[in-house]
Design a protein around this ligand. Structure first.
Ligand code: NAD
Length: 432
């Protein structure tokens, strides 16, 4: 396998004429665009665009009514050339193997984009966690962990939370792993409670990383962060904490939403009040002092910064031309399609791609793993300072690549990340 690190001049990527919303194929299109720029040879492309290992497991679980239900679960390890596999576990009725494969591949590029020594993985169970009791979730989590146990561990593959899994889920996974191996293995998962070897700052890390790269982007775009208007789709871990951190830095959050709809107020929304209101009523809709807005209209409303923090494929050819934000910071994974990327780039909208904008989560997971392996824990100030260094360096490396290769920020991030994984693969050589 040979790799020329020299990039070819900008060519319009040969993306499919019609928009394809299968996210595994989207992840491969994004890879192919970077591979073309890097002139990777065909064999290496095949290695890098295919998951290394795919595990499908049955997860028999005793439900509270005494009946046994069998859930389908997955763990996909996309690539481990640069270190152990790393990635979250998602509980959702819509989980598919293709989705898990795409998310695993994005993890490989994300860890490489911020240059931390991990590969990429993802897991998921097809289930409806909102309709399961805590004890059912615990039994399902423990059985899933024991099924994937042969391929996980601190040196192999380290799970973390994702959509509808949290620090409690990680505590059950860590305990199950530890019971089987016979000792307490803090480094087996990240996103754990602080009382169990979790890291200070991990809970806010995705949103904080997103804040750091958005502040840098504002400087480049000569947009004043103070007073900049922000619309956020999704008010969960990533979105609600972003609302708080952006407000603390004096940006003005004017719209927020969740699965039931959105609300806006052009004079600003108090993120603390919104969080308390959502806690009580289960949604942000109906919050005092706000007007209703649909999730679709939120994306195209007048604002300086748009933060998609919920779902995949929300910015497509259907709405890309109507988006008014100057900067899109992708807290969610996969919110923008490749066709929409092209349309936005033509209009000068700067998209901070998911593999950069939400990489604060995995970066602090890396800090957690390092602390666990050393049994030496850092203060929140130390964690946040290290995160800031990593995120700002990554932003400027990506931006520099974007200028050098005349490409938008996603392709620039991919050129950086894919190039790093390709280099590692080549120097390791092909076994046997
Ligand atoms: P979460 O479950 O905490 O929150 C998801 C939010 O999205 C909820 O407020 C939910 O109501 C909302 N939502 C669901 N369907 C919606 C819809 N149709 N329209 C608008 N909002 C909708 O999840 P999270 O951890 O905040 O993750 C959100 C995104 O960020 C995902 O793409 C995830 O992969 C990504 N991400 C999260 C982390 C992390 O550390 N939490 C790290 C990297 C990436």
């Amino acid at each position: 396998m040979a790799l020329s690190a020299k990039a070819v001049p900008q060519t319009i990527p040969r993306i499919a004429p019609r928009e394809d919303l299968n996210i595994f194929r989207i992840s491969q299109i994004q890879f192919d665009i970077a591979a073309e720029h890097l002139k990777l040879d065909a064999g290496l492309r095949q290695v890098l665009r295919t998951p290394k290992r795919v595990m499908e497991v049955s997860v028999p679980t005793k439900m509270d009514n005494g009946q046994v239900k069998v859930f389908s679960g997955y763990r996909v390890q996309h690539n481990i050339a640069r270190g152990p596999a790393k990635g979250g576990v998602r509980y959702h009725p819509g989980v598919t193997l293709d989705e898990v494969k795409a998310l695993a591949m994005w993890m490989t590029w994300k860890t490489a984009a911020v240059n931390i020594p991990f590969g990429g993985a993802k897991g998921g169970i097809i289930c409806d966690p909102k309709r399961m009791s805590k004890s059912e979730l615990e039994r399902m989590t423990r059985r899933y962990t024991s099924e994937i146990l042969p391929i996980i561990g601190p040196a192999r593959d380290i799970p973390a939370p994702d959509v509808y899994t949290d620090s409690q889920t990680m505590a059950w996974m860590m305990d199950t792993y530890s019971m089987v191996v016979g000792y307490s293995s803090l480094g087996s998962v990240t996103g754990k409670p602080v009382s169990l070897g979790g890291s200070e700052g991990r809970n806010e890390a995705t949103a904080r990383g997103c804040l750091f790269v958005t502040e840098e982007a504002c400087k480049v775009k000569k947009l004043n962060f103070r007073g900049a208007t922000v619309a956020i789709q999704g008010f969960g871990n990533a979105g609600s904490i972003a609302a708080r951190l952006f407000t603390e830095k004096k940006a003005k959050v004017i719209a927020i939403s969740d699965s039931r709809g959105g609300v806006y107020n052009t004079r600003g929304i108090d993120p603390y009040k919104a969080a308390r209101y959502k806690e009580r009523s289960g949604t942000v809709v109906g919050m005092a002092g706000t007007s209703r807005i649909s999730n679709d209209d939120l994306l195209t409303m007048k604002c300086d910064i748009l933060i998609p923090a919920a779902l995949e494929n929300v910015i497509t050819l259907n709405n890309a031309d109507q988006i008014k934000a100057k900067i899109i910071a992708e807290a969610a994974n996969g919110p923008t399609t490749p066709h929409a990327d092209e349309a936005l780039a033509k209009r000068g909208v700067m998209v901070l791609p998911d593999i950069l904008a939400n990489s604060g989560g995995v970066t602090t997971s890396y800090f957690e793993w390092v602390q666990d392996l050393q049994n030496f824990f850092w203060t929140e100030t130390e964690v946040n300072a290290k995160l800031e260094t990593v995120m700002k360096r990554a932003f400027h490396e990506v931006h520099e690549n974007s200028r050098k290769h005349h490409v938008h920020m996603r392709t620039a991030a991919y050129i950086l990340a894919v190039g790093r994984v390709a280099d590692a693969t080549i120097v390791r050589g092909l076994f046997p």
